[in-house]
Structure formats: structure tokens, C-alpha cells
Write a protein that binds this ligand. Structure first.
Ligand code: GRF
Length: 230
């Protein structure tokens, strides 16, 4: 059984996805504590509904970032946490927390890293005109959204997407891959080698996705399929 400590600042839909996976018997883990810097976070309400202990650690009580993180480490250790889950936690972690849980902190980011690290990334993806975006679960190191990538999910980006529509499409995938990444950790199937996270016995998929689909360009498609038969 893997003990989880989840750090949140907002709505908590990813926290909910993890709780649902546990309650549905898909994930052999336990959320031991949910911690927020924001007393108004709806994520706290979600935790309470499932009788999960919660803690609010206000930014104001610990103005120095390291002291703040020291308090987080204390709480996480008190609850015997094995894996720390960042689920919409709007703070940058210091070495204090990162060194206390080396390669045992996960984050989810609403873009295909290493593209678009940082904030407002769905807007940036739209502005950039990318044809695909998605979500990334990764281990946390001292950089901003730079740690070893565990799972990614890809979604198409359409010309008439708004930031809200794209965010919702990505969020739906986040809820699928975050519990899956935690499950891989809980099963001992993740191994970090340098800057890569390797999944033991990872299934492989054939083929590729295109957006817009190449079948749209019928003539090209036909020409290519003939040439491959020569
Ligand atoms: C998600 O988009 C996640 O990728 C980002 O913050 C958002 C959190 O959403 N890190 P929620 O609080 O889990 O609903």
C-alpha cells in the first residue's frame, strides 16, 4: 500500500480522479493527507467528503519559501507519506521538499512537456498554433516542469478551440493518466535513469496520429500507398 500526500490549491479534479481510482479498487494506495496553501480550495472540501485529513498551510505564516516547505515535509512525514502528488498546487517547491522526497514527488502539467512549461500553457499552445497538445505526468526536480516524464496523453488542437475548450479536453486526459502514473509507482514499475523515467513492461503502440488527418489529403495518400507497393 502506497501512502499519498496530495498538495492542492484549487478545484481538485485530479485529486478526485485519484480518490475515485482508489475507491474503485483500481489503485492500491491511500490518500493520507491533503494539504493546501489556499483555505478556499474546493479540493479541501472534496477531501473532507471522503474523510481524508486536511491541513491548510498559509503562505503568510511562513514567508520564507524554505520554511514553508519544511512545514510541509513535517506534515507529510507525520502521515508516513511515500509519494507526494502535486495536483494543481500553485507554488514552486524548494530543495527542502525536493530533497526530502527525491523522485517521490509527481506533478501533472497541462501540456506536452518539454513544450510549454510554466503558466497559462493552453493559451500559449493556441497562440503557437500547435496541432496537438496534451498532459504530462512527471517526477519533480528543481527545475520548472523539467523532471523525468512518466506518462503523456495527446489531444488534438482545433482552429476554433478556445482556451476553455482546450483546457477541458486536456483535463479529461489528466484524470486518466494521473491515477495510472500513481499506480505504476505503487506497483514499483517506475525506474529513473538519468533524466528518463522508464516503465517496466510498458505496452507499445504502433502507428501515429495526424491532425489534420492525412486522409484529408486523399491524392497524397493514394500516391504514397502506391509507391510503397512498388
Ligand atoms: C490542472 O490543469 C493541472 O494540469 C494543473 O493545474 C490544474 C489543476 O486542476 N497543474 P485540478 O485542481 O486538479 O482540477
Amino acid at each position: 500500500m502506497t501512502n499519498l500526500g496530495v498538495l492542492v490549491s484549487g478545484n481538485g479534479t485530479n485529486l478526485q480522479a485519484i480518490i475515485d481510482a482508489i475507491e474503485g479498487g483500481l489503485l492500491d494506495s491511500k490518500v493520507k493527507v491533503v494539504i493546501s496553501n489556499n483555505p478556499g480550495a474546493f479540493a479541501i472540501e472534496r477531501a473532507k467528503r471522503h474523510n481524508i485529513p486536511t491541513e491548510i498551510v498559509s503562505n503568510k505564516t511562513f514567508p520564507a519559501k524554505e520554511d514553508y516547505d519544511r512545514r510541509l515535509v513535517e506534515i507529510l512525514k507525520e502521515h508516513s507519506v511515500d509519494l507526494v502528488i502535486l495536483a494543481g498546487f500553485m507554488r514552486i517547491l524548494t530543495h527542502v521538499l525536493i530533497n526530502a522526497f527525491p523522485m517521490r514527488i509527481m506533478n501533472i502539467h497541462p501540456a506536452l512537456l518539454p513544450a510549454f512549461p510554466g503558466l497559462n500553457v493552453q493559451k500559449k499552445a493556441l497562440e503557437h498554433g500547435v496541432k496537438f497538445s496534451g498532459a504530462t505526468v512527471h517526477f519533480v526536480d528543481e527545475g520548472i516542469d523539467t523532471g523525468p516524464i512518466i506518462i503523456q496523453a495527446v489531444v488534438p488542437v482545433y482552429d476554433d478551440d478556445t482556451e476553455e475548450i482546450l483546457s477541458a479536453r486536456i483535463l479529461q486526459e489528466e484524470h486518466r493518466i494521473y491515477p495510472q502514473a500513481v499506480k505504476l509507482f505503487a506497483e514499483g514499475r517506475l525506474e529513473v535513469k538519468g533524466s528518463r523515467a522508464i516503465i517496466k513492461d510498458s505496452p507499445t503502440t504502433e502507428g501515429a496520429m495526424e491532425n489534420p488527418s492525412v486522409t484529408m489529403f486523399k491524392e497524397m495518400d493514394e500516391c504514397l500507398s502506391k509507391s510503397s507497393k512498388k
